[in-house]
Design a protein around this ligand. Structure first.
Ligand SMILES: [Fe+2]
Length: 261
């Protein structure tokens, strides 16, 4: 078991991306349980436009679940503590794949974060970012809205395998403004919760070892829930997932719905 250790905050994402020695140091630290937060990797102004766009889509079209398959359309879906999921959660999720064009050119915008994730994982910088899957895996961007009064994700670990060491996340909201209680946490050895959202704001990217126990504590439990208000916690997950047909590496437990056997 890996436990959360220290948190380091840096503001030079691009410089680190081009510094192999620094990458090696951060990789070793993350393997041992440290968390790295890079400030303002993507401008708030851009992220605010994306959040508004997703709010419009979420308000005006039906959510639907889709399995991760080659040429899968971009989609959004709603998860209300779905009993079929390995990790139970409550959120509205908007999913994008590299083979689909989108108005924000999201995979170009997010390329530096995937490059950092890949290099920290010991992979070539642009792995999984092509228009077709590699090793039966694909990059997948998942924006997630956790509504005040309802949103959360149970404690879990994510698979660390040949395809990743860390699953980066980025805030598209601000604790203390968009919500006040709960949020993302990692667990140190003493069993406490370190709330990452206390250290992060819009555009800040968090890298931690996916084997550390983590989750999202219920957002503002005393607030009357309203999915369509889109008030609460917004974040972006920089995932690499196996295709649903790939049985060679561990399942992604975080977000996929799987039928219980
Ligand atoms: Fe996770």
């Amino acid at each position: 078991m890996i436990f959360a250790r220290d948190i380091y905050t840096l503001d030079n994402h691009e410089m680190v991306l081009n510094d192999p020695d620094k990458i090696d140091k951060i990789r070793a630290d993350i393997k041992a349980g440290d968390t790295y937060i890079f400030k303002q990797v993507i401008p708030q102004e851009t992220l605010s436009k994306i959040r508004n766009y997703l709010t419009q889509i979420g308000s005006n079209s039906l959510p639907n679940y889709r399995a991760i398959e080659r040429n899968c359309p971009n989609f959004h879906r709603l998860n209300r503590w779905d009993s079929r999921a390995y990790v139970k959660g409550c959120f509205h999720q908007f999913v994008f794949f590299p083979w689909n064009e989108d108005v924000f050119d999201l995979f170009n915008l997010c390329r530096p974060v995937y490059q950092m994730k890949n290099l920290l994982s010991g992979l070539s910088a642009n792995k999984f970012l092509g228009k077709t899957p590699e090793d039966d895996c694909t990059a997948r961007l998942a924006f997630q809205f956790y509504p005040a009064g309802l949103g959360g994700l149970n404690k879990h670990t994510d698979p660390v395998d040949s395809h990743q060491l860390t699953v980066p996340t980025m805030m598209l909201s601000q604790k203390g403004v968009d919500f006040h209680q709960g949020g993302a946490y990692v667990e140190p050895e003493n069993g406490d919760r370190i709330f990452l959202d206390d250290f992060c704001g819009w555009g800040d990217v968090v890298y931690f070892n996916a084997q550390i126990l983590h989750g999202v504590e219920r957002i503002d439990p005393d607030v009357q829930p309203d999915w369509l208000s889109f008030q609460g916690r917004w974040m972006l997950l920089f995932a690499v997932n196996k295709l649903s047909s790939n049985k060679t590496i561990s399942d992604s437990v975080d977000l996929e719905i799987k039928e219980k056997s």
